[in-house]
Write a protein that binds this ligand. Sequence first.
Ligand code: HEM
Length: 467
Amino acid sequence: MEKMAHFNREVIPERRMHAKGWGAYGKFTVTHDISKYTRAKVLQKGTVTETFTRFSTVAGERGAADCERDIRGVATKFYTSEGNWDLVGNNTPTFFIRDVHNFSDLNRAVKRDPHTGMRSAQNNWDFWTLLPECFHQITVVMSDRGIPASFRNMHFFGEHTYSLYNAKNERVWCKFHFKTEQGIKNLSNEEAAKINGMDRDYHGRDLHDAIERGDFPKWKVYIQVMTEEQARKHYENPFDITKIWRHAEYPLIEVGELELNRNPENYFAEVEQAAFTPAHVVPGIGFSPDRFLQGRLFAYGDAQRYRLGVNHNLIPVNQAKCQVNEYHRDGAMRVDGNYGRAPAYSPNSAGIWAAQPEVMEPPLELEGAMWCYDPKDDPTDDCFRAGGDLWRVLTEDKKAILISNTAGDIAPCTQNIKYRHAAHCYLADKEYGERFAKAAGLDLKEVIRLSKLSNNELNIETTKPQA
Ligand code: HEM
């Protein structure tokens, strides 16, 4: 009876998104001096820090196949001497959307349809194309990079603008980049379909086997830095996660290297129960006015309190390797000493749980109105520049792959959605629009007419499904 009762309770909720994933331990070594930007001990030259990284797809459930066209999540926990720093990023430099309000809708659109319970290209493309800020990310996902050959063969990024502050409490804005040392390799739709038919855990197996045979994957770590002054004058919102910072203007600064070198002993204990949150930072690393990031600061811990329980930070894979004095008490599955007889309130005359003003980040001056700014028809906000720039640097064979992947993926959708996307492609680059229109069998004159409308007009004209 006990065996059955335990078995009946073995399954825990999967992550709402990024449910299918694989993890490995490693080390992060800082090879360059960036102390003028940050006082974080984990980022000081010569420091070596133990890490745990989990790779994931986004849309598929826990049993989904690895080689789907999707972005890949990459979350790394750095067990630093000042507590855990989690960098929870993706294998793309930007994201689809920039407003927290849209986040659950994005996932509902790419996941299952409420009526059929099936994935739906119509829902997916309808949502993506109604928000023009998705355009750059759509271009990346439909490109050859949409299905990596392995986790080892892709870059990854923090995506958001974070901040760094140094020993004098001087702040700069920063983006994190991890560049694969294994080289970029991708799969075509045909290769991926074949692999998915044979081995749904292909990327996990590749990572596991490489580490088992001592072929440790490595990534060079870089930052981009923007001063507060530069940010005030920047021509785009530097805190908009759908925008890139051009490398020519904000060059990559080398920091160090991440190596993955040890497989977990137990998948459930270490990978399924891993809990990452962008809210975990250490002194010297901070947040920014990116309101999408601010939404994430709440969402992860909240999801983990549901998925793993209120004491999820006590699960060994999530525990800091140094003493961390959060003063949470009690709660389900509190299986350590629960701080014994120490006072449970703060402030107290015993002088414990006292705040540490020395780890506070510098105050942030804010300006402007707090409101639901929706810049889609703002002429200074160009949602298509980065997608157009990407199109123009692609070689001819990569352009052909992008067009054929897009036409294939959008094929099941109604015409209105295809026209909406074609108008966006045309706005990004005439050639991009012309070639997509041709591949999708659309009337180019109509695409050009639609591309001249404002975003609101375009959405109204293309909201009623046509045959
Ligand atoms: C407002 C926007 C977002 C919200 C509300 C959000 C929320 C969440 C939640 C609730 C989870 C599941 C956490 C868990 O159960 O442990 C998750 C997982 C994840 N998210 Fe996000 N997310 C957002 C945007 C992003 C962005 C922009 C990135 C990349 C830069 C990202 C990367 C990831 C990754 C990699 C995971 C999987 C972590 C793991 O391996 O355990 N998310 N997200």
